[in-house]
Write a protein that binds this ligand. Structure first.
Ligand SMILES: [Zn+2]
Length: 96
């Protein structure tokens, strides 16, 4: 499995900048994204953020836009995948 995310000004920007061989991958939405190997902490952060918007009742497309505004450009597939992981709210039973 390859984590797909492109960081802008967010916490992951250092991660992408440190990559010496940027490898591009085309997402399901047709845009090009950089392959990024996420650490468990980074993945947990993204899962929490994506779920935060989901629990507000926003659609996947809106979530992608909100994340982009935070400097986290995620592909449709990445957001879908992160929504498949349980966040703290999900696992504590307070979500939906
Ligand atoms: Zn959740």
């Amino acid at each position: 499995m390859v984590e797909v995310a492109l960081a802008g000004t967010g916490p992951l920007s250092l991660l992408t900048m440190s990559m010496s061989t940027p490898d591009r991958v085309t997402g399901m939405d047709g845009y090009s994204y950089r392959r990024v190997a996420l650490t468990p902490e980074e993945r947990r952060y993204l899962v929490a953020r994506v779920h935060y918007w989901r629990h507000q009742g926003f659609s996947q497309n809106v979530i992608i836009r909100r994340m982009a505004e935070e400097g986290q450009r995620l592909s449709t597939g990445a957001v879908h995948k992160y929504l498949g992981y349980p966040c703290d709210a999900c696992s504590s039973g307070h979500a939906e």
